[in-house]
Design a protein around this ligand. Structure first.
Ligand SMILES: NC(=O)c1ccc[n+]([C@@H]2O[C@H](COP(=O)([O-])OP(=O)(O)OC[C@H]3O[C@@H](n4cnc5c(N)ncnc54)[C@H](O)[C@@H]3O)[C@@H](O)[C@H]2O)c1
Length: 382
């Protein structure tokens, strides 16, 4: 059993370091628990199985995934809605288009929506399924590393509004999650590295042992070794499970999972969504570490340890983009952070590895200077 601390409260999780890989995780949730299954069979077999046992199934699928697996999907009595996964399409208009499709096809509450895709398709599916007829069942096949290690559990969903990331947000848990790492064989490298950013965040929250396990597996995972990827995915999920089961609706400790997100969710739209979400989170956590180093007590050793791991996840073109971002308007983004109250932003930062605390940042010209200084410091080290 491993322990970590959020705002002084102790959390435990069972680190997945045995030879026996976990195949099922039960997620305690309100109003209903759900199960995550790790599947070894082929992608088409696992999707076709769910289609065959679902009543009036609707497949909401990432158009890139459809290109790869579409010909092998059994289409008899199946409604298919392909979605182009672009950040600028993660909005309410696209949800309305999808729910209109459901309505035109007389979809009722007894139907199941099978969502196949990464975080963008998940957000569109989860949001739509929660507002359509006050809730319709959805089953989720995550296809990116980010969605496998992080977003597939926890029930959060959000849409962007104009240039504000995740402004419209609600909770919508899936009925079931089916995790098949075969999807990762076609995932572009930038998206693999992006997904590893969210697992790095969870591994820092989880403490020394989980960060050690991340360091052991990172190089092989980047080389797409399936067993190293599975280890990283399971450890991340076990840490997240421990937090969300204590505070599913983010009243207190779950806010710790936003480590890296205050700055990350600003950097992502400031880069006009050129920098992928998980990569923006990696950058965000490095900037927040610099702030913690200066103001909240993170040690130089911990900052360097995290930086050395994060460097493996940052492609030169994204570092270059960061260096070209004009940070003078950063407060306009931070003020929309869900953890901001007026001009006070409580950022979740590590005070050491395995210890997350909520620290107040007064949004002002001074905080803009601190952020700017932190980014310049970081750029020198990257
Ligand atoms: N709801 C949540 O809890 C939560 C948590 C974290 C992030 N998010 C959101 O998730 C989004 C990012 O999602 P993401 O990083 O999972 O990816 P994504 O959905 O943005 O997809 C990235 C790209 O990979 C492609 N793709 C997906 N799976 C593939 C595969 N197996 N093979 C080849 N190509 C594939 C997509 O078509 C797309 O081009 C952001 O909008 C972020 O805000 C949501």
């Amino acid at each position: 059993m491993q322990s970590f601390f959020i705002d002084g409260n102790k959390f435990n999780f069972e680190i997945d370091n045995t030879k026996k890989v976990i195949k099922k995780l039960k997620i305690h949730s309100s109003p209903k628990d759900y199960e995550l299954s790790l599947i070894g069979e082929s992608v088409e077999k696992s999707i076709n199985k769910i289609i065959s046992i679902s009543q009036t199934p609707v497949l909401l699928i990432d158009s890139n995934i459809y290109k790869i697996y579409g010909s092998k999907i059994k289409k008899k009595s199946l409604l298919i809605y392909k979605f182009v996964a672009k950040e600028n399409k993660k909005n309410i208009n696209e949800c309305i288009k999808f729910t209109t499709f459901l309505e035109k096809n007389n979809i009722t509450k007894s139907s199941t929506v099978i969502v196949v895709g990464g975080g963008i398709v998940q957000d569109i599916g989860a949001f739509s399924c929660s507002i359509y007829k006050r809730g319709i069942k959805w089953i989720y096949f995550p296809t990116t590393l980010l969605s496998m290690t992080d977003s597939c559990i926890g029930g959060k969903t959000a849409l962007n509004y104009k240039n504000i990331k995740n402004l419209y947000a609600l909770f919508s848990s899936p009925h079931k999650v089916i995790l098949n790492t075969e999807f990762l064989t076609t995932l572009p490298k930038k998206d693999v590295l992006s997904g590893l950013g969210e697992s790095l965040k969870l591994s820092i929250i989880g403490g020394r042992k989980s960060l050690e396990s991340f360091s052991t597996n990172i190089d092989k995972a980047i080389q797409m070794d399936r067993s190293a990827l599975t280890r990283i995915i399971l450890t991340s999920l076990l840490i997240k499970k421990s937090v969300i089961e204590n505070d599913e609706f983010e009243n207190n400790e779950r806010r710790s999972l936003n480590y890296g997100h205050s700055l990350g969710n600003a950097i992502e739209p400031m880069s006009k969504f050129y920098i992928p979400h998980g990569t923006a989170i990696t950058i965000g956590l490095l900037i927040e570490n610099k702030i913690s180093l200066k103001k909240f007590g993170l040690s130089k050793d911990s900052d360097k340890h995290i930086l050395d791991l994060a460097k493996k996840l940052l492609l030169p073109r994204f570092i270059k983009k960061l260096s070209n971002i004009n940070l003078s308007t950063v407060n306009d983004y931070l003020i929309n952070d869900k953890k901001a109250q007026g001009k006070i932003l409580k950022i979740a930062v590590p005070t050491k590895i395995g210890y997350i605390n909520f620290c107040k940042l007064n949004l002002s010209q001074t905080s803009t200077k601190i952020i700017n200084h932190s980014v310049q410091l970081l750029l020198k080290e990257l």
